[in-house]
Design a protein around this ligand. Structure first.
Ligand code: GLP
Length: 239
């Protein structure tokens, strides 16, 4: 695992965007795996800037989001779908038919699984995964205790994640209790992983990932078993 440290949060956002831009320049038809959440907001802003100012071209690119809240429609501003469109995809020259976000409104769940599998295969597998982490070490919606062998499915959202997302939903009681999410095995199939952690709230989990064991209690620790991982952190997360 390659550890990349930036002094400021702005440099953190810019560095992550530079890594993604490099990937797209080297392989214009890359499939990018994308996380939503607060950490990636600034990263996507810099990606938009590099697209506008440096001409990074997404016309052949494809994207696939990690997860979605169950019961939250794509048009809902709190959905991962809305946030990725509004925060990135609407502002770069990507074709919408080349983007995929799992649907939070499913019937039945097996249908969405089939769509996910077909999409990933058609898009040629994930080249670069931009992976956020939860304060408790979750990746996508794979909470502590999730099997490293897990695949795309409906998963329960833990109490600590519900607490962390209360601000987004306007209260803990409004946060969905289920997510639809790529599994850890799906994430580990990515050719390259860019895992990102920013801010004091990620300090404890960053320390666990860097210095602790690989364990299902800290799902993000699994990336230490992947051959091509960059772990990008800012000084605040590193302590
Ligand atoms: C959510 C998402 C993850 C995301 C994580 C971190 O639970 N399911 O995909 O990476 O939270 O979010 P944040 O960057 O807001 O801390």
């Amino acid at each position: 695992m390659q550890l990349i440290i930036t002094e400021s949060t702005n440099d953190f956002h810019r560095e992550a965007a530079a890594i993604v831009s490099r990937q797209v320049m080297q392989k214009p038809d890359s499939l990018l795996g994308l996380a939503t959440g607060d950490t990636t907001v600034g990263i996507y802003e810099w990606m938009i800037r590099y697209h506008q100012e440096l001409g990074i071209d997404y016309s052949q690119c494809k994207t696939c989001n990690l997860d979605e809240y169950v019961g939250v429609a794509a048009e809902d501003p709190r959905s991962c779908c809305y946030r990725i469109n509004e925060g990135l995809l609407d502002h770069i020259n990507i074709k919408k038919e080349n983007t995929y976000v799992p649907s939070g409104i499913y019937d039945p769940p097996e249908k969405e699984l089939a769509v996910f599998e077909e999409t990933i295969e058609r898009f040629g597998g994930i080249d670069l995964m931009v992976l956020g982490i939860g304060q408790n070490g979750h990746i996508a919606f794979n909470e502590p205790g999730s099997s490293f062998d897990s695949t795309f499915s409906l998963v329960p959202i833990s109490q600590s994640t519900i607490k962390a997302k209360a601000g987004l939903f306007g209260g803990e009681d409004k946060v969905p209790h289920l997510g639809i999410s790529m599994g850890i095995r799906d994430i580990m199939k990515s050719r390259v992983i860019l895992m990102v952690a920013s801010g004091i709230s990620k300090r404890e989990v960053t320390e666990k990932i860097l210095n602790g064991p690989v364990t299902e209690d800290v799902p993000a620790s699994v990336v230490k078993l992947h051959p091509h991982v960059m772990f990008l952190v800012d000084r605040a997360a590193l302590g």
